[in-house]
Design a protein around this ligand. Structure first.
Ligand code: PXL
Length: 276
């Protein structure tokens, strides 16, 4: 039986339906063993709650990695998301060299910004370090804001295909082999994902929902990783993740006042079906 093991490195937001509380169930539902390395522990995510706690786990990382090496533990893929510090990025890069199996895949979601702005705890030093991590990745999964920060491109919501192609070329120039660019919209009411690899780009368009939910970037990247590790191509995994994310947004729209995240659990069965 083909049974793969992924390591995901991102924070635990205890409440908020993002990062590890999303990645662990989604990748597991894809039939893939999911090991975790928490980058930080927060009482909630940082988008909309105030007064959240934050414990940076950078100091624990070298000993955890050393133990895994001693135990000869290795992973078929490493997927990174929201990290706890700029210093931590070097430890994460080292994991690519020490605990990734030969031929294993490195997926970096530079989860640090949205809607033209960095998330509250990040600064430009973090952006600079994230450029290096993206350069070491096989696949990067940025949204438009993250892609702009990573490529020093002015952020705008009024753009054309030439603007997107230029940003994609700059992301490849950082070193990323495959770019899975989310939330790319060329027409009102439509959005989509552009996958660029091996010199060719494919665009998968789907309806843009009125309700935007927090945490959909993490849902998307987690479903993408699960599908990729299950053997789908990057383009097919990008489509599956998009269809699943839209289903999560639609499920959330039926709820009253569920503002802090997306209800991804009721439609996990749809993701499993999409993988068949
Ligand atoms: O969804 C990305 C994310 C992850 N983790 C934390 C966050 C956010 C976005 O705001 O605050 C702690």
């Amino acid at each position: 039986m083909d049974y793969k093991r992924v390591l995901t490195v991102q924070d635990i937001s205890c409440v908020g339906q993002c990062s590890l509380t999303v990645a662990l169930p989604i990748i597991s539902a894809c039939g893939v063993e999911t090991a975790v390395l928490p980058s930080a522990v927060l009482s909630t995510h940082t988008a909309g709650f105030s007064g959240f706690t934050f414990r940076d786990l950078t100091e624990d990382m070298p000993a955890i990695a050393a133990h895994w090496q001693k135990e000869n533990l290795a992973f078929d893929a490493i997927y990174t998301g929201y990290l706890g510090s700029t210093e931590q990025i070097d430890y994460v890069k080292a994991l690519f060299d020490t605990v990734l199996k030969a031929g294993g895949v490195r997926v970096v979601d530079p989860a640090m910004a949205d809607n033209g702005k960095l998330y509250p705890l990040f600064d430009m030093a973090y952006v600079e370090a994230m450029k290096g991590l993206c350069g070491a990745a096989d696949v990067v999964v940025p949204n438009l804001t993250e892609a702009c920060f990573l490529t020093d491109t002015p952020y705008t919501e009024q753009y054309d295909r030439a603007y997107i192609d230029d940003v994609v070329a700059k992301l490849h120039a950082l070193g990323a082999k495959t770019v899975v660019f989310t939330g790319v919209s060329f027409a009102a009411g439509r959005t989509g994902v552009l996958v660029s690899e091996d010199g060719a780009a494919q665009y998968y368009e789907h309806p843009k929902r009125q309700n935007s939910c927090h945490g959909t970037g993490d849902i998307y990247a987690s479903a993408f990783v699960g599908a990729l590790v299950r053997g789908k191509s990057a383009v097919d995994a990008a489509r599956i993740a998009a269809d699943y994310t839209v289903a999560c947004i639609d499920t959330t729209a039926k709820l009253d006042n569920h503002w802090y995240g997306a209800a991804f659990e009721p439609v996990l069965g749809e993701l499993i079906d999409l993988l068949k």
